[in-house]
Every structure is written in C-alpha cells, then in structure tokens.
Design a protein around this ligand. Structure first.
Ligand code: F6R
Length: 616
C-alpha cells in the first residue's frame, strides 16, 4: 500500500519519479505527489488527489525545474481522506524538507503534541505530516539530516517506510524501513529508492533489499546503509530477474487481461527446473533437510485473500501426496488465536508480494516460536521469503493488476510441487503416482492455454449479464476454493455481490438465495476421475435449476451429463481432478474482467483497493 520512489542523479528527476510512480500505482491510487529540489535550490512540491494522471496534468500545467534530487508517492489513504492537502509529500522545517511515508504511525497523537508544543501548525490530517514536522525540529536542532532522521525514526511506533530530502543537502535522499518494504536501485551515476524494484527497473536491474530497521542513504555516486543507531550495515546486491517490458501493458486492454494470458507461462516457469525425471525435486527444500520434512506432523498454510484460496487448493493435494494434516488459516486470524504449534509444525506462507503485513506478522510469530517456515512467493527478495527458512519462488513474473490471476495459478502450482516433494521425501507417494503427477504438470501449460481460449465465449456471457446484481458459485473438493475465488474476483473488480459455496452446503441454508434467474456458476468435477462427486454435483445442479437458477456449468470436454440442466456450458480440457482448479479458474477470471469492462469500470485499479497490503 502506497508506492514510494526516491531519486538522486543527474538525469530527468521528474521523469524518473513519474516512471517509478506509474509502475507502482497498483500499490495505491487515492492521490499522488512529487517533491524535488528546484533550480533555485528550494523544495518544490506538486501533489493532487486522484490517480497519477491528475498529477501528470498538474505537472504539465505547472512544470517543475528539478536538479537531481526528488521523492514521489502514490497513496492508499489511511490517516485522513484522499484530498490534495493529505496527499504526500509533506513539508517540515519551514518548507526546507519534504517527506513521504508508506505505513501507519501508531503513536502519532502523542508526537503531535510535541509538534504543537513547538508552535508548528499542521495543515493535513495525516500521521505523515507529524513526522515531517518532527524531522524539521530535529534538523533545526542538529543541523544534519541523517542524525535528525535517525532520532525521529527511533521515536516512531507502527509501520513505516519513510523517504526524506532537505534543501541544505542536495543530491541526498534518506530512507528508513520498519515493517514496510524498501529497495535500492543501483544505477550508473544515479541511484534510486522504491517500494519494490518496479520503481526503477526501467533504469537498472541491480538492486539491494534494505533489511528491517535499517536506514539507506543515497546520493548519485554512493549508497550507504546503517541501522537505526547509525552503525554501518553490509549489504548484497541482486539482479532483478525480469525487465521493464515484463511490467508493461504491451498492447493489452488491461494488465489483468495480459496477466490472464500469461498464465501458461506462469505455470511453465514455476515448474521449470523442479521436475527431475518422473519426480519432483525442489532444491530449496532439499537445502532445508529431508529430516526436517520427514518429521513434520502438521502443516499450516497462512495467507490472505486469493493466496489463501490457493492455499486451500494446495491443502487437498499436499494431504493426498504427503499424508500429513494440512489446515489453512487466514494470516490475520492466525496469531490472535494463540495457535498450537510445535517443533514438528511446518508453516507454509503464500504471498504474491511477499510483503503483505498480515502474513509477514504471522510468519514472524511462527519464527519466534521456533517453527520451520517455507515461503511461497512471487517477488524476489521480498521480506517474507527473506525471513523464512526456505523460499519456493513462483515465477509468474511481475503482477500489476490489483486482482491476482497468474500469481494464483503459480501459487497452486508451487504448493502442488511442495506436496509432491514432501510425498517423495516422506515415502508416502508411490513412484507411479509421482510419475502421473509429473505427466500432468508437463501437459498443464498447454491445457491452461486452452482454458484461456474460453475468453470469447465468456466475454459474450458477461456482456449479456452486465446488469446482474448477484452471482453465486458452487464447487466441491478442490472446486470449492475455486468457487470462493470466482466470487472474490467478481466482488473485487465488478463490485457485484457474489458468494462461493461448497456445493454440499447449499441445502444447509444458501439454497434459500436461489430465485428465478439467479445466475449460478457450477464447477463440475470430472465424470471420469471423480464419478461420485460428479453425480452429486449434477444433483445439486438439478436442485437449483428446479428453483429457477440460471446455471452456467464449467465442465470438462465430453461431459454431457449436465447438458439438460445447464443454461450455458463452458468446456475446459481433460485433466486429473486435482489439476482441474488450474483450468476452472480461468473462465471465472475472464468473467469478472468482462463484467467489470461491461460496467465501464477500471479493471486494473478497483475502488478502495491496492495491491500489496502493507498495513494490518
Ligand atoms: C485478490 C488479491 C488479494 C491478495 C491478498 C494477498 O485478487 O489479489 O486477495 O491475494 O491481498 O496478497 P499477497 O499474495 O501479496 O500476500
């Protein structure tokens, strides 16, 4: 939440900041702003409520003459509404310094008293302006931005990434992180700061992940990192594995459309290097030690939202292959329930961004209790994989649309691979079953491509249904989390009431919702590989049809049993039941996208949301 960019260098400062903000806009789009040192040596700010385009208009009307030092912010509002005044940057030291912030300062009320006592009048309702004012007081007292910055960050409680610059120290941007992401981009004669590497990937792919409770200081020629006490910290650089083009929309109508289309590659890249003959071998797990994995007597998957549904799908497969009980808990519930953990518990966190605060806190909670942690993550060097004992990266490439699609499919793929690895190490998976699963994986990218090709049919359906006010989704077994995911996608980007149910649960209450014309998507299990579940779901379809539902059945090709009872049938390729979710979800993603489009909504940037939820 909130995207931050910092720049120190000789090139077009406003251009660098805007390019970074454009790429980070998915993190928040309530308002945006930039501050630069202008040609007269003063701090100049432009900021505006609304999306980045509004700031760009302002900059066109009222350009900035920047001289190589700047910070930029795109906001997801927490303290104070999304107004021009509350937009970042905020000023301190009588306008001599500018500061931006991602996170929440929890003790801001107490700090505000100090600011008031110093006779400083605040203009906004934000916690950030309090920090800017405090920093101003400290700079005036110490005469040095770095010393002042260290003193201020030590006083803050809550979560923050802060970036600040001062008129009297041109060419320098200081940054601090506490439970919020921060990376440095290493350029040639220029350096960058960002919430993630997207902020600078069009200029450099050399990056450094700033560790927790550290301060980074960048100038055009140098980068330093210290802890909050000012002691130097060593750091390692890494190379970003994708280029700026991967995070561009290309010719697609939306990032979401592009990312749905990229799903065959997301699966293929996540599998790559992890299939060894007829078996799965994940080197990162081998490093963890087979003894550790053999000893595990319980697995808890922790995640939020879409990632938690991937976790639910993965839980079925891991239990089946590794014969160990798996439960899925929402990260934000996990640590508050005083969970029963032991040294034989394994925590698997699932997070596209690797920065979701709820999940990070849950992982830290587990680590503090000595529990082994594995991170399934899509973002290189993000905080969660770095904190965990092992990281199994999904290789879906950068996901920009707020609604997760390709990361979801890659998460399920990674969890399945983990299940197969565990099954092999624990001796619970026969060679035959392993070889069969590997064969399924090898064929998967092509089948996902076929599922992507349902687009046209689903688009037509969605456009006919543009006035629909409520949609229900039914699934059984691995189809149940897919029903939940289908409903979430629709709520998220089409703002339609939608609910997912386990098909068997219907008669325990939800069937009362069925009225004449109520659209219901039903994810039908394969009649070949799951005949029993198939017949049960066909019965469920008959029950809702008898009560007037409009049934849209997602079935495998060749399944004719539902034809008499379905109003629409979407066909997906044949696969083993456990692999069906990776195919069934695709038409549901298209449906949400097309319904959102039919309603004239912004598919990539739905209201009130932001990607990478870095506040609790
Ligand atoms: C929905 C969506 C969210 C995320 C959730 C977790 O489309 O994207 O529900 O899945 O916020 O985010 P990560 O995976 O980054 O931890």
């Amino acid at each position: 939440m909130c995207g931050i960019v910092g720049y120190a260098g000789p090139n077009d400062t406003v251009g660098a900041l805007l390019d970074g903000l454009r790429r980070l806009e998915y993190r928040g789009y309530d308002s945006a702003g930039v501050a630069v040192l202008d040609a007269a040596g003063a701090v100049s700010v432009r900021k505006r409520s609304g999306k980045l385009a509004r700031l760009e208009e302002l900059l066109e009307a009222s350009p900035l003459s920047a001289t190589g030092t700047g910070i930029g912010h795109t906001r997801w509002a927490t303290h104070g509404g999304p107004t021009d005044v509350n937009a970042h940057p905020h000023l301190g030291d009588d306008g001599k310094l500018a500061l931006i912030h991602n996170g929440i300062v929890e003790n801001f009320a107490e700090l505000r008293e100090d600011v008031a006592a110093a006779g400083i009048e605040l203009l906004s309702e934000t916690d950030t302006e309090v920090v800017a004012a405090l920093l101003g007081i400290e700079v005036a007292r110490t005469g040095d931005l770095e010393t002042a910055f260290r003193a201020v960050v030590r006083r803050l409680e809550g979560t923050f990434t802060l970036l600040a610059m001062h008129r009297d120290e041109p060419g320098k941007v200081v940054a601090a992180r506490h439970h919020s992401p921060l990376v440095i981009g290493l350029g040639e004669g220029e350096n960058f700061l960002g919430s993630d590497v997207a902020a600078f990937v069009s200029s450099t792919r050399r990056a450094v992940a700033v560790a927790e409770d550290n301060i980074a200081i960048i100038t055009p020629d140098a980068v330093r990192i210290t802890d909050f006490a000012g002691d130097a910290v060593e750091f390692e650089e890494f190379e970003v594995q994708w280029d700026a083009e991967a995070a561009d929309k290309g010719g697609w109508s939306s990032f979401m459309a592009k990312e749905i289309n990229e799903q065959p590659d997301a699966v293929a890249n996540t599998i790559r290097g992890r299939l060894d003959g007829g078996r799965v071998d994940i080197p990162e797990l081998t490093e963890l030690g087979d003894d550790v994995l053999r000893d595990v007597d319980r697995i808890i998957i922790i995640a939020c939202g879409t990632a938690s549904y991937a976790g639910q799908v993965g839980a079925y497969a891991i239990e089946q292959w590794a014969r160990v009980p798996v439960e899925v808990q929402l990260s934000h519930e996990f640590r508050y329930r005083d969970p029963v953990l032991s040294d034989r518990t394994l925590i698997i966190s699932v997070s596209q961004s690797g920065e979701t605060m709820d999940t990070l806190m849950a992982v830290k909670y587990a680590i503090e209790r000595g529990v082994t942690t594995i991170s399934v993550c899509n973002t290189q060097s993000a905080t969660i994989p770095r904190e965990s004992d092992a990281a199994v990266y999904t290789h879906a490439g950068p996901e920009v649309a707020v609604a997760s699609t390709k990361a979801f499919i890659a998460q399920i793929t990674a969890l399945y691979l983990i299940g197969l690895h565990l099954g092999r190490v624990r001796g619970t998976l026969s060679e035959e079953d392993s070889a069969e699963a590997v064969a399924q994986f090898e064929a998967l990218p092509e089948k996902v491509r076929e599922a992507v090709d349902t687009h046209e049919q689903v688009a037509q359906l969605a456009h006919w249904m543009a006035d629909t006010r409520s949609v229900l989704f039914l699934g059984r077994h691995v189809g149940f989390p897919i029903a939940l995911e289908g409903a979430l996608k629709l709520k998220e980007i089409a703002y339609i009431h939608a609910e997912g149910f386990a098909a068997g649960e219907l008669k325990h209450g939800p069937i009362a919702l069925i009225d004449h014309g109520q659209p219901v998507f039903v994810l039908v299990p394969s009649p070949r590989t799951s005949p029993l579940m198939h017949s049960k779901v066909v019965s469920n379809i008959q029950e809702i049809r008898a009560r007037g539902a409009r049934v849209i059945a997602v079935v495998e090709k060749g399944d004719t049993a539902v034809l008499p009872y379905a109003d629409d049938v979407i066909r997906i390729p044949l696969s083993d039941s456990l692999f069906d979710p990776l195919l069934q979800v695709v038409p549901l993603q298209w449906f949400a996208l097309e319904l959102s489009t039919a309603k004239g909504l912004d598919v990539d940037q739905p209201r009130n949301l932001a990607k990478s939820v870095t506040v609790e």
